[in-house]
Design a protein around this ligand. Structure first.
Ligand code: PRP
Ligand code: URA
Length: 237
């Protein structure tokens, strides 16, 4: 018995070891979950995942994928009428109604937010720092620079990796306290486990995913995934 305890102290249980996980087919048709099927997205995802892709190229791809998914995630935004004059005469056009916010979850969300800015240059960027503890996988907030004046029609929380869902759930909790009328979450790769948790905890938000992967390994990394999205963007190996 004593020997068994010594053994287990020497090898503490890994955070996802033995935790049951849903399969892809159980989560891919959840309400308000949108998984990209675009061939250009799939093409870029392969280059992103490749272990030989170096940080400058990786960051460039994250931005490009961010722009593609921003295009998909903004397809239902509200418009308002706007009178203008073309060189040929007057017309009534349309503009986006109300402000658009993007909350990059630091630090890996920064590249994705840049992709959003390529599509909508006047988005407001609200930075939120969450770091997950590598032993417990719990997310801890360390930076919050959200403004108090809210005039947004929607805010997108963006982060490349939805693993256990802890960071995403906490980010949406923080944003909900700001009273924004509509919230969405955008990621590049989701694990079924985190996707189910996020969807169950926040069934009132839209979730946009570039690719749905197989599972989490024992230490909470996505398989086949792409490794550590922050380290690969910023070269901090
Ligand atoms: C990564 C990733 C997410 C989180 C996902 O960030 O960018 O924020 O882990 O994991 P979860 O779904 O299990 O919460 P990390 O905490 O490593 O910080 P970083 O962005 O600074 O690299
Ligand atoms: N965070 C990452 O950067 N990668 C994973 O696979 C999981 C969490």
């Amino acid at each position: 018995m004593v020997e068994a305890n010594i053994q287990s102290n020497m090898h503490p249980k890994l955070p996802m070891q033995g935790v049951p996980q849903p399969g892809k087919e159980e989560v891919m048709h959840l309400p308000r979950v949108h998984i990209s099927t675009h061939p250009v997205m799939r093409h870029k995802m392969t280059a992103l995942r490749d272990k030989n892709t170096q940080p400058p190229e990786f960051y460039r791809l994250v931005k490009e994928i961010g722009a593609l998914i921003a295009y998909e995630a903004t397809a239902t935004l509200a418009l308002e009428k706007s009178s203008i004059e073309t060189p040929m005469g007057p017309m009534v056009g349309e503009r986006l109604a109300g402000g658009i916010g993007v909350t990059p979850i630091l630090r890996a969300g920064l590249g994705l937010a840049e992709g959003f800015r390529e599509v909508i240059p006047d988005v407001q960027v609200w930075h939120l720092g969450l770091r997950r503890d590598e032993h417990t996988l719990a997310a801890m907030e360390y930076y919050n620079q959200l403004p108090h004046k809210i005039e947004l029609q929607v805010c997108y929380a963006v982060d490349p990796m939805l693993a256990t869902g802890g960071s995403a759930i906490d980010a949406i909790n923080v944003l909900k306290k700001r009273g924004i009328p509509r919230l969405s979450y955008v990621c590049i790769i989701a694990a079924p486990y985190g996707l189910l948790k996020l969807s169950q905890t926040h069934p009132d938000i839209d979730i946009y995913v570039a690719a749905l992967d197989e599972s989490l390994n024992d230490v909470g990394y996505i398989l086949p995934g792409l490794g550590d999205a922050g380290d690969r963007q910023f070269g901090t190996f």
